[in-house]
Design a protein around this ligand. Sequence first.
Ligand SMILES: [Cu+2]
Length: 282
Amino acid sequence: MKNSALRWSRSGSAMGVAVTAALTFSTPTFAHDGVDHEPDATNAYAHAPIGVMGDHLHKAGEVMFSYRFMHMDMEGNRIGNRSVSPEEIVTTVPNRFAGPPTLRVVPTEMTMDMHMVGAMYAPTDDITLMLMGMYLEKEMDHITFQGMAGTTRLGTFTTKSSGIGDTKAAALVNLHDEPGHKVHANIGLSIPTGSITESDSVLTPMGTRPTLRLPYAMQLGSGTYDLEPGLTYTGYDANWGWGAQWRSTLRTGTNDEGYTLGNKHQLTGWASYQFQPWISLS
Ligand SMILES: [Cu+2]
């Protein structure tokens, strides 16, 4: 009963901040030949925004290590586009499970910190291999309402989960490369290294504090091997860079806990202007 009330019904406003650092090594043979002025991966504006994975290929022999940090914050609850208060939820939103007729525990805020460590290596000019591991810290704040009905606030509680997330492996395959325009395929696999059995103590409407399995959003992985196909286009001229990426996450099978997360389809576009060779705005 209480577990059902912990489900993150709809995310409200979401915001994020991100930082990234990357280090590229290339063997002297492949280091800047100086023949053309095409941006390579060491130019800041050759990169897409941080949320975009696998946006660039490397030249044969190049190795890149990267660290990215992302912070995401989701606050409030919505039904459709309308913001709803915790009081409205506990008096109107039906509890789909056994127990009180409406939800009695309402999530109010969720934050996630992601630390991502990545490595890229290009065996040839046309193929770049990627491996990425991540460490996640998640927190969710809730309000618990007293008893089976009514709007008396009993108290608040925060659940936490942290640990390694799913590991991503990918091959980026060049499909088209001419000055100013590049297209590559992303062939990715997400390996279920993240835990799906995280639990924490919750405050129930009866005032007890049992330890329960956390909802899907608070788990650290999907629990399934996921295929991540995609297509990336990048373009540039003297000072501008732009691009678009389609990426899907297709779950395979059912995880050990007997569920499968939904498939995801994302389309991202970006543009950036180069002020200095080492900084860009996007
Ligand atoms: Cu790279």
